[in-house]
Design a protein around this ligand. Structure first.
Ligand code: TXA
Ligand code: MG
Length: 298
């Protein structure tokens, strides 16, 4: 059910979960200092415990209690991109639960760019662990209705409207003079390079980044990526709908998950998207990554 700010705050205080709005996607949030709460995040999503959670902070001071230390490079990234769609992974303090970090020595932190959620975390005075508010491997929610449908109305949702960005944050870790990018979001490698000119920025292969799988974000019916109409011949007798995106990468990101969810609710057998519609532009890499992971091989 939808809840107001005050109720969301009370529920979180007591250790319950609340779905929170962010600029990227809705998150299924719980306070980071209660093991039972953290456990219920995984159980509600049917998420395996090897997939680490992102911690959401309301101010930079909170990071001091989460990271073992804050380096100059990390501070530069925070100053440039926070609040915003950038998750920074770094050595964690021992007090941070192993459930959050999936037994790794590191933890991912970001400051979401959403007024309501920042206010919520700052009034609670405890950071929130929040994965995207969808069942494991399924499409991430970009509005309150998506969250309500994902969990059959059983989750409390704080209504913060539609997500402005629409795909998950860029996740990275600074190591020596390198920046390892585990997941691309709206913030591109070029933007990171600009603020850290002396660092080598490397995109890490999918199978090397924790919790990252090749079959994520999957809609209810298969999504096929095609090169031309002929690729659809083998689905004769079935009904398909085309996914249409925009010419702008930012707008495409914003409508991607909503379009996949809407199309799969039409009662068609499959969705298709022509790969030729994706320009070879760094801005498009994150959308391309989500399309690939959401798709089923023909
Ligand atoms: O935009 C977002 O990041 C959204 C909103 C809710 O903030 N959250 C989100 O969380 O996408 P989730 O749980 O769906 O994705 C978290 C991913 C993990 O699967 C993993 O790939 C990466 O973040 N991650 C988290 N902690 C990590 C760590 N210690 N090392 C490497 N990757 C990590
Ligand atoms: Mg997710």
């Amino acid at each position: 059910m939808l809840v107001q700010f005050k109720e969301a705050l009370d529920l979180l205080k007591k250790g319950h979960l609340v779905a929170i709005p962010t600029e990227t996607v809705y998150g299924l949030a719980g306070r980071i200092d209660l093991e039972l709460t953290l456990r219920s995040i995984f159980e509600t999503k049917k998420r395996p415990f090897f997939d680490p959670l992102i911690v959401h902070v309301g101010n930079i001071e909170q990071v001091q209690d989460i990271f073992f230390e804050i380096t100059k490079a990390q501070k530069i990234l925070m100053d440039h991109f926070w609040p915003g769609p950038l998750t920074i992974v770094a050595q964690k303090r021992r007090i941070i639960s192993d459930l959050i970090s999936a037994d790794l020595e590191t933890v991912g932190v970001r400051m979401p760019n959403h007024e309501l959620t920042l206010k919520l975390i700052n009034e609670l005075k405890v950071p929130l662990a929040a994965p995207s508010a969808n069942m494991f491997k399924k499409t991430s929610p970009t509005c309150p209705d998506h969250v309500l449908n994902n969990f059959d109305n059983s989750v409390s949702v704080l209504d913060g409207g539609d997500c402005r960005i629409g795909i998950e944050s860029t996740v990275l870790e600074v190591k020596d003079k390198k920046v390892l990018v585990y997941r691309l979001g709206q913030i591109t490698i070029e933007q990171i390079q600009e603020v850290l000119p002396e660092y080598k920025i490397k995109k890490v292969k999918k199978d090397k980044s924790p919790g990252s799988m090749n079959d994520h974000y999957q809609p209810k019916v298969p999504l096929y990526l095609i090169k031309n109409q002929d690729d659809l011949k083998k689905f004769k007798g079935q009904t398909g709908e085309e996914l249409i995106l925009d010419q702008s990468a930012a707008i495409s990101a914003r409508i991607l998950y909503k379009s996949l969810i809407d199309l799969s609710n039409l009662g068609v057998d499959y969705i298709y998207f022509n790969k030729k519609n994706i320009p070879k532009d760094p801005q498009w890499l994150a959308v391309k990554d989500r399309l690939e992971k959401a798709s089923t091989k023909i």
